[in-house]
Structures are given as C-alpha cells and as structure tokens.
Design a protein around this ligand. Structure first.
Ligand code: AMP
Ligand code: MN
Ligand code: MN
Length: 320
C-alpha cells in the first residue's frame, strides 16, 4: 500500500483540526487518534480530539489532554480526520461535525469500509488504524519511534487490535513496526498488561455472569447480558473486553457471539470466528468489521438478537 499523501500540505494552513474515532472507542481508536493528534502538536498545531469517552483503562495513553468534551454545535473544522471508523455512522455525534468540515480524511483498516471522506486512506491489510498512522507519519518524514509518547500510543493500539500479536491481522510489517517502537523504548509489558489483561473485580463478576449464561450450538458459543445483569455486577458496556474472545478460544468453538442490551429495545452483538468469514452476515444486519471480528447493534432483546445471529451463522456455516 502506498501511503503517499498530502497531509502536511493540507494541514499547513488549517487552524481548526479535529480528529475523531469510533463510538464506544477501543484501544486502537484511542491509540491511533491520540498518536495522530500528538503528531500534529509536534508540528505546532492545536488539534482537538473527538471521542465519545476515553474508557478508564485507556486513560494512561499519552495525549488525553487533547480530548475535547464540550459542545459540538458550533464546531466547523478546516480539516477532519475520521480514524478507525468503518463507516460514517460509527462516528456517532461527531458525524455532524464531519458534515460541517471543509475537508475530510478517513484513515482506516476495516475491510467493510467503502470510503466516505474526501480523502480515504484505507488499508484492510493493516493490523490496526494505529499501524496505518505509523506508516503515514513515516511517509511524512516523522519517526514515531523517536517520540516516546506517540510510540507508546501506536504500540498500545496495535497490541489491542491484534490481541497481543495473535490475530490473523498481524503481519510481518506489524512486527517490524513493533520492533522499531520497542527499540524506541516503549514499555511493552505495562502496555500489554493494561490493554489486554488487567481486569477489575466487577469485570470478573460480569465474566462469571456471561459464562453462566453461555450456550453452545453447532460450534457457536454464545451468551447475552441484560442491562440489569451488567449493572448488577457494577459494570457498564465499557467492561466487556475479553468475554467474546474467551468464548471463541474454547476448543468447541468455531464462532462466538456476545450480545449485550444497550437500551430498552436495542442490543449490541460482538461476533468472532476462527475461520468462517462472518463479516457479510454482520454487514447485512447493518454492522461491520473484519472477516473474523465484527459487530452490529440490532433491535430486540439481547437474548433474541443472540438467537437470530447464531441462527444466521449456523446457516452460513452449513451452506459454506
Ligand atoms: P466489537 O465486537 O465491538 O469488538 O467489534 C469488532 C469489530 O467490528 C471492530 O473492528 C469494530 O470496529 C467493528 N464494529 C463493531 N460494531 C460495529 C458496527 N455497529 N458497525 C460497524 N463496525 C462495527
Ligand atoms: Mn476499533
Ligand atoms: Mn481498529
């Protein structure tokens, strides 16, 4: 992939620079957005970061002070960067600001992304948006490994999206970039622990509830959680990391589904697969993601949404 671009030229005269990640931001969204924002700071700019929230466990990332948590109404950027967003709808409320921007960029790695900005830099082969940000900076003559803050954010984003260099999105280049960042001095063990392994006591309880509700059918392990169950454990929808991956890692699983109630009549599904491509099924339901990891929000109870998705996956596996 050729990462040549005119970012330097495009931001040269821009004052109002906004950088947004997807709703329900994960480690890659936070890492890539903050790394790009810090790069613009190094260039003497004053970028604003738009994220729905910064989950507690990612507050140790560098550049969180650039997060803008004010009113969105009067913002009209000179340039807007949508990062780690597979489609415009995933920008959430920041989508309004996107529409008011003079110029827009989309920097992403989702296979389901068809491009929605003036300039689309999309590489579905990249492990993460953070990896693409590394390449973009390099292309513009900036070595992220020489800036410990930017290096750590990029490394953390890559670690999150690759599940610690395990998922099939991890390529040779991912390791090369990680190697350069390690050489630059990033604290790898702390980042791995905090991004992937540290859990709170309430999260452990929720894990228990999820496993308690687990069902298994034709190679699909699935579970659902109501708002009452999530809140009853002292958790929120930010506390779900690791559950669906645990289900997938069971020896009996080809696929795994976690569905959590998000409002009275909506539920969010996280779907994972070892081999069978699940993206098409999830895109048809209005969601998106990658071949082996995708998500969608549907109408209905968590239980009903889980049953519906599991049925479609089993049908797909049997026909495939
Ligand atoms: P999740 O299950 O939320 O961890 O998401 C798995 C993958 O699918 C990630 O790459 C997400 O960015 C993507 N994804 C999750 N939910 C949606 C959605 N509603 N629309 C598009 N992509 C999604
Ligand atoms: Mn993401
Ligand atoms: Mn990502």
């Amino acid at each position: 992939m050729d990462y040549r671009n005119n970012i330097l030229k495009d931001i040269e005269n821009a004052e109002k620079i906004y950088i947004a990640g997807h709703i329900n931001p994960d480690g890659d969204a936070v890492g890539s957005v903050l790394a790009l924002a810090l790069y613009f700071v190094r260039l003497g700019k004053k970028p604003c970061v738009l994220l729905e929230n910064i989950p507690e466990r990612f507050k140790f990332f560098y550049g969180t002070q650039l997060w803008y948590n004010g009113d969105y109404d009067d913002i009209a950027p000179d340039i807007f960067f949508a990062v780690d967003c597979g489609d415009k709808k995933r920008l959430g409320k920041a989508g309004e600001i996107f529409d008011r921007s003079k110029m827009t960029y989309c920097i992403d790695h989702h296979a389901t992304n068809t491009g929605f900005a003036d300039i689309d830099i999309i590489n579905a082969k990249a492990s993460s948006a953070s990896e693409i940000v590394y390449e973009l900076l390099k292309e513009n003559g900036f070595d992220a490994e020489k800036d410990i803050e930017i290096a750590a954010d990029i490394y953390a984003g890559i670690v999150f999206d690759t599940g610690g260099f395990r998922h099939n999105c991890t390529g040779r280049r991912t390791h090369e970039i990680a190697g350069a960042l390690v050489e630059g001095g990033v604290d790898t063990s702390t980042i791995h622990s905090r991004v992937l392994f540290e859990h709170t006591l309430p999260q452990a309880k929720l894990f228990g509830a999820a496993l308690n509700n687990m069902k298994h059918k034709d190679g699909v392990s699935y579970t659902s959680l109501t708002t009452k169950e999530i809140e009853g454990c002292g958790c929120t929808s930010e506390d779900l990391d690791g559950i669906v991956d645990f289900l997938l890692n069971l020896d009996v699983s080809d696929c795994a589904v976690l569905v959590t109630q998000r409002s009275e009549n909506t539920a969010k599904a996280s779907v994972r697969s070892k081999q069978f491509p699940i993206a098409d099924i999830i895109v048809a339901l209005g969601g998106g993601g990658h071949k082996l990891a995708a998500g969608v929000t549907c109408e209905g109870s968590a239980d009903a949404v889980a049953d519906m998705i599991v049925k479609k996956i089993i049908e797909g596996k049997n026909n495939g």
